[in-house]
Write a protein that binds this ligand. Sequence first.
Ligand SMILES: Nc1ncnc2c1ncn2[C@@H]1O[C@H](COP(=O)(O)OP(=O)(O)OP(=O)(O)O)[C@@H](O)[C@H]1O
Ligand SMILES: [Mg+2]
Length: 296
Amino acid sequence: MNLDDQLELPSYLHHTPEVEERLAAVKSRRVVLSIRNLRREYETANGSLVALSGISHAVHTRELTCVIGPSGCGKSTLIRILAGLERPTSGAVLVDGEPVRGPGADRGMVFQNYTLFPWLTVKRNVMFGLKMKGVQPVRAEASARKWLEMVGLTQFADSYPAELSGGMKQRVAIARALANQPRILLMDEPFGALDAQTRCSMQAHLLRIWENVDVTIVFITHDLEEAIYLADRIVVLGANPGRILEVIDVPLARPRHPAQFLSGHFLATKKRLETLIYSSETSETSNGSKIPGEAA
Ligand SMILES: Nc1ncnc2c1ncn2[C@@H]1O[C@H](COP(=O)(O)OP(=O)(O)OP(=O)(O)O)[C@@H](O)[C@H]1O
Ligand SMILES: [Mg+2]
């Protein structure tokens, strides 16, 4: 018998009144991002590959949503479609009721791979988008300083990216995205390349920033604990085709604290995620990874 079986865990569906109230408040806010019946097919040498199918979901203002699922289930495809970097085969994405037709200032993006301009200082990296928008240099610089203070990097304003650690580079990337004041911050495994300790401190850092900034976050990860620690709700994707298996209301109070990693509600949620993702991976091997000629 393993330790899990010996632990008396609560149901991941059980919410304390405090959590219930908070989740109800989140869901009562306006829908900022509406994802409607998305489908994405790729033509490959082996036929048509259905990366995403029937993806529908509504994200509320200032909600923090994590999207989780096995490798290849379409997480990056989904976030690229939300960012407007890629078009769906069918379906639609709406931000504040307006269809997404391409990238826009209402959505900021942070990727896993460091994407800072190496030839610009930290401050100039953060100012970049503002200058592109025609913001006057003095105002852009003041704004960059404000955002660098928010991510705790004031002292590094004049450093170059090569002089920073991975965690610091991602803090600059977050500051750069937020400086443009997006409605939605889209993050694709932003802490995936960091060591475990830095990753933990970045998670806490992100939560602190999010508490102080009026922004809605969609955060892709394959780390179950990261998803539970950060999210209001977790969208669990299965593979082949990428589809929503379940949307989990995270049964943890806010503010979040690392001590919650050991709580019964945390462990019960982790167990549920493991069950969903493990069974999805098992069905992937039995079905094969491609669905040639599947009807649209
Ligand atoms: N441009 C493309 N052309 C053909 N197939 C693609 C393309 N982009 C993605 N795919 C396929 O779509 C599926 C989903 O890929 P995607 O990168 O979205 O997965 P993911 O969930 O982000 O994976 P990971 O966790 O490894 O980052 C995969 O089978 C991938 O091979
Ligand atoms: Mg990916």
